[in-house]
Write a protein that binds this ligand. Sequence first.
Ligand SMILES: NC(=O)c1ccc[n+]([C@@H]2O[C@H](COP(=O)([O-])OP(=O)(O)OC[C@H]3O[C@@H](n4cnc5c(N)ncnc54)[C@H](OP(=O)(O)O)[C@@H]3O)[C@@H](O)[C@H]2O)c1
Length: 262
Amino acid sequence: MKFENKVVFITGGAKGLGRAMAEAFLAEGAAVAVNGRNKDATAKFEEDFKGQRVLAFNNDITNFEAMEKTATDVVNAWGKVDILINNAGIVNPLAPSEKIKKDDFDKVIDVNLKGTFYATQAFGKKMIAQKSGRIINMASQVALFGEKGFLPYAISKSALIVMARELSYEWSKYGVTICTLAPGFIKGGMNEGLVKKEVFVNFLSSKTPLGRMGTVDEVIATILFLASDMARYINGETIIMDGGMTGYTQEGLLDFISKAKT
Ligand SMILES: NC(=O)c1ccc[n+]([C@@H]2O[C@H](COP(=O)([O-])OP(=O)(O)OC[C@H]3O[C@@H](n4cnc5c(N)ncnc54)[C@H](OP(=O)(O)O)[C@@H]3O)[C@@H](O)[C@H]2O)c1
């Protein structure tokens, strides 16, 4: 088992992609602690994995003190923390930027950027003290180019890409490395409702060179790789897994020229 004796903490680990990550790390022998605001989800997580090395916390990552206490509780329970997955995140109600509401903007920045930093600092301090640790941020391919309607989400996620660069400079000397995963549109998690409608699946698939959305399994495979020793030299880096969508243009110049010739 790849993660035997490892301690993993996953923000937003009781639902969506985070829960799938938690299951995968458990199956690979890790002790897994998750965090989320929804008490039913964290209680179900504990119930589903009763008898295994699991912990669940009901904290909002935007609560700085709560994240500090959570990090201390995890280390008190299991003696260390090897891997932090900054998975918790929200998307703004999609709207043109001139119409985005202040509260929606603030909420996305609070959770995706500020909350992620609070968790990173709280767990990072434990990792610095133990002189080892791996941090993985969940960003998004939307952070890398313009996608109408996503402004606060895109800004917050691109900040995580910079955060990984910055921290790799600062924390590598303590044995703490960090990287970011930027997935495209995945068939699961926050898209669960959307993908029930074929019209959305077809639309998002048509925007992707591979002709389909990504799967939860594909996210998990990349997360396990990035958390493993095999990826130890990947530091400060962002891995894009979007089926080629980042290179997408409405109509390629070559296609346009070819059409013009006919
Ligand atoms: N699904 C995709 O296509 C996709 C693509 C690219 C990137 N991502 C990123 O992947 C991550 C997981 O997304 P998902 O699709 O699994 O979404 P999801 O199903 O909506 O899950 C989001 C998770 O974040 C937690 N969360 C939200 N706000 C929180 C807060 N203030 N404090 C603590 N936990 C909080 C939620 O738990 P509670 O509600 O219980 O707090 C939930 O567990 C996100 O960062 C997302 O931006 C997803």
